[in-house]
Ligand binder design. Structure first.
Ligand code: SAM
Length: 377
């Protein structure tokens, strides 16, 4: 093992040539994901939080050290991970740790609890117990989604990571049909449609509990998706959530896209179902940004850059990938900021997007974007 520092935590991680060969998983690239999650917990102030798939415990330990959360559960099915979580708790907190039958509890001003169970079993034993449930699995969160919707309180919060971008972005179409029950779109819009397919799947699972949600913040980065949701209680909220589902039509030849807000698609060639609602709550993102300025984070500069982009981002479905617009229309590409400015001068709303450095979001149509690009040749 070697000791690494991340945020305020000291963590023992296995020494390994490649991260997937290690007996317990630790990915330093995901420090960005954990930074943003720390900020989210500082803003949301949950009392009880569950890190259902914890590996080294780094996430839960950071939550305990860097946020006001009072009780953090860290769980992993792998016994080696469980032992390491216990070691890492001892490394970061003084005090007696009682270890009994696959459960370790550290009592103090904060309660830290580590368990060695199947995540679904643990979540079903903790029915509506947690204010915040975090799913950070290998690949798809779908095998754990339903139990997480029962382990979280009816007005609680969910944090969901999906690293199976190949599936959600259409490289493995059958896997997307099977896991997310949605038809994925390949090509330039795949990262946004992938993110929306993931949220759309949650929308379709949650309704049966007479629950709905609002998206606090959802993003794509470093080949993964991450979503923070605030649950909303009641059948009406469930209905309102389902009403934000729909489909996308995309013509690969011209690059024209269209969205249809409906439970069933009206014609052939639809991609989805997917979420057509918001990808952020402005106040929440503003609060994350304010916290990020104050906090000691592992990837502070990157986090601030990302949040700055997201703050200015127009919250409408899909975007224009300028390199593709240029190529299809045999034009030369121009800087995205120039296009945004030119569209705004013509009275449209327009912005950059965190999803692609060369993409722009706008309420203008494709022909307007092409016109603007042509005028800048
Ligand atoms: N959350 C961690 C972090 O931020 O570093 C990374 C978690 S890692 C991607 C996924 C973990 O899930 C692995 O440690 C694996 O042992 C664990 N796991 C896989 N299936 C599980 C199950 N059914 N129940 C509990 N843990 C499981």
């Amino acid at each position: 093992f070697k000791e690494v520092r991340e945020g305020k935590a000291k963590i023992l991680v296995p020494k390994a040539e490649r991260i997937y060969d290690a007996p317990v998983f630790y990915n330093p690239v995901m420090a960005f994901n954990r930074d943003l999650s720390v900020l989210a917990l500082r803003v949301l102030e949950p009392k009880e939080a569950l890190d259902a798939l914890s590996a080294t415990g780094v996430r839960g330990i950071r939550y305990a050290l860097e946020t006001p959360v009072r009780e953090v559960w860290m769980n992993d099915i792998n016994p080696e991970a469980f032992n390491l979580i216990v070691e890492n708790i001892k490394l970061n907190f003084d005090g007696a740790l009682e270890v009994k039958e696959k459960k370790a509890i550290l009592e103090g001003d904060k309660r830290l609890i580590s368990t060695n169970k199947d995540a679904n079993l643990l979540m079903d034993e903790a029915f509506r117990y947690f204010d915040f449930v975090d799913l950070d699995p290998f690949g798809s969160p779908m095998p754990f989604l339903d139990a997480s919707l029962r382990a979280v309180k009816r007005k609680g919060f969910l944090g969901i990571t999906a690293t199976d971008t190949g599936v959600l972005c259409g490289a493995y179409k059958n896997a997307c049909l099977r896991k997310y029950n949605a038809r994925p779109l390949r090509g330039e819009l795949c990262h946004e449609t992938g993110l929306r397919i993931l949220i759309g799947a949650v929308a379709r699972y949650i309704g049966k509990y007479d629950l709905g949600f609002r998206v606090l913040f959802a993003y794509y980065k470093d080949h993964y998706f991450r979503v923070f949701l605030k649950l909303e209680d009641g059948a009406k909220k469930g209905d309102e959530t389902v009403e934000k589902l729909g489909y996308v039509y995309f013509d690969q030849k011209t690059g024209k896209f269209e969205v249809e807000n409906a439970f069933l698609p009206s014609r052939k060639g639809a991609y989805g179902p997917l979420w057509l609602g918001e990808l952020k709550d402005e106040k929440f993102v503003e609060a994350l940004y304010n916290e990020a300025q104050k906090a000691e984070l592992a990837k502070k500069r990157k986090v601030l850059e990302c949040l700055e982009r997201v703050r200015g981002e127009l919250d409408v479905p899909l975007f224009y990938e300028l390199s593709m617009v240029a190529k299809r229309n045999k034009l030369e590409v121009r800087k995205p900021d120039l296009i945004v400015e030119a569209l705004e001068e013509r009275g449209f709303l327009a912005s950059r997007t965190h999803i692609s450095p060369t993409g722009i979001k706008t309420n203008a149509g494709l022909s307007d974007v092409v016109d603007v690009l042509r005028s800048l040749q």
